[in-house]
Design a protein around this ligand. Structure first.
Ligand code: SF4
Length: 134
């Protein structure tokens, strides 16, 4: 799929670190690592009935990025648009203790957090590249 665009839908977990990391990693992939290839989809808008977001996900492959195995982004995609092409579950990648820990505010994020974002972003990129290579 050389010219395909890929939607990345991250969960919006506001109360745990996993949700914050999911959003930061998704932005990094879209803005720095796979510019022009990846479009991020807004989960709240998606759930609220955003036609553009839902139609995109019906037409193009979507990777869900969830903070934990409750998989809110994946479930919303399955419910409103159909197939999810691939998934990243951060608690499986980095461990539950880290991801389910309490959210820290943006100004308290440390180098350790940014390294976690890098790991997640790399995982998303691997999945993006695998879809493109199909
Ligand atoms: S997947 Fe987990 S972290 Fe993300 S919104 Fe759902 S419950 Fe919260």
């Amino acid at each position: 799929m050389p010219n395909v665009q890929i939607g990345v839908l991250s969960c919006s977990g506001e109360e745990m670190l996993g949700g914050t990391l999911a959003r930061m990693a998704t932005r990094k992939v879209m803005e720095k690592l796979r510019i022009g290839r990846v479009v991020s989809l807004c989960l709240p808008l998606y759930i609220a009935g955003g036609e553009e977001e839902r139609n995109f996900a019906k037409e193009f492959p979507v990777i869900s990025v969830d903070g934990c195995d409750k998989s809110c982004a994946k479930i919303a995609t399955l419910k409103y648009s159909g197939e999810v092409k691939d998934t990243v579950i951060i608690s499986e990648l980095l461990g539950k203790d880290v991801v389910l820990s309490k959210m820290v505010s943006a100004r308290d994020l440390t180098d350790v957090h940014y390294k976690m974002v890098d790991i997640i972003a790399e995982e998303i990129c691997k999945k993006v590249d695998a879809i493109v290579a199909e």
